[in-house]
Ligand binder design. Structure first.
Ligand code: GLP
Length: 250
């Protein structure tokens, strides 16, 4: 696992995506939430000003709320269109069907779709304050596949800022499982701010445990954690990670 502590995580994240795309990546895994927003803004800038093209690249989303139509401003399918994919020349953008009557079948179908078009070359990830990735809440099986999950009150509370009230935050979601996420060739997690410092410390330096789903990155053969100093503030070995990054072989 590579831990990159920098003032502008979005630049490192955009470099990771741009290098993958220029190197022939055909599938990108996209995350929603506020953490990757600056990365998307930077990728849109590079597309417009530097000719970075996503032609020939398809995308898969991590997760979706159950019961929100894709036209709802907080549906993740709509969010990613508004914030990123409508502004670049990317191909198909796939997401779980949160509006079906049969969420179990929809989750299985989405897992099959990812297996069919995958492997995902780079999966972008954020992290929840309780250590979740995608919507894999604590106690998620470390080898789980795409499935319907119940959100914790903590996560609904964290996400209530995007809705008019807590009660409007859906209780159920369809999310790629931890096993599904780990099928990606490269996991790139971005986090900023003190509010993520505890979760980052548990994910990076705590035990590999379903209690902190993001700790699964420790097990993946190629995982990069890109954070600012505030998000790194509870890491015991922050200076060591900085040293390693500063002395990385060309
Ligand atoms: C959300 C999403 C995650 C995201 C996380 C953190 O609920 N399902 O994919 O990484 O929670 O969100 P934010 O980046 O807004 O803090």
């Amino acid at each position: 696992m590579e831990i990159v502590i920098v003032d502008h995580p979005e630049q490192v994240m955009a470099d990771i995506i741009a290098n993958a795309v220029r190197g022939g990546a055909s599938v990108l895994g996209l995350a929603t939430g506020s953490s990757p927003l600056r990365t998307y803004t930077e990728l849109i800038r590079r597309h417009r000003e530097e000719g970075l093209s996503f032609a020939g690249v398809d995308a898969v989303l991590l997760d979706e709320y159950v019961g929100l139509p894709t036209t709802h401003p907080e549906s993740y399918a709509r969010f990613i269109r508004d914030k990123f994919t409508d502004h670049v020349d990317i191909g198909e953008v796939n997401s779980p069907d949160g509006m079906t009557d049969d969420s179990i079948a929809a989750a299985d179908a989405y897992d099959d779709l990812i297996k069919g078009i995958g492997p995902v070359d780079v999966q972008i990830l954020g992290i929840g304050s309780n250590g979740h990735i995608g919507f894999n809440e604590p106690s998620s099986s470390l080898t789980s596949r795409t499935r319907i999950k119940t959100l914790t009150a903590e996560t609904r509370n964290d996400n209530a800022r995007f809705f008019d009230s807590f009660d409007e935050v859906p209780q159920h979601v369809i999310t790629q499982g931890l096993g599904t996420i780990c099928d990606a060739k490269h996991l790139a997690l971005v986090a900023t701010g003190e509010g993520k410092a505890d979760a980052i410390a548990r994910a990076v330096e705590g035990p590999l445990s379903a209690s902190c789903p993001a700790s699964i990155l420790q097990w993946h053969p190629r995982a990069t954690v890109v954070i600012d100093n505030a998000a790194a503030s509870k890491l015991k070995d922050a200076e060591y990670y900085k040293y390693v990054y500063a002395n990385k072989p060309r």
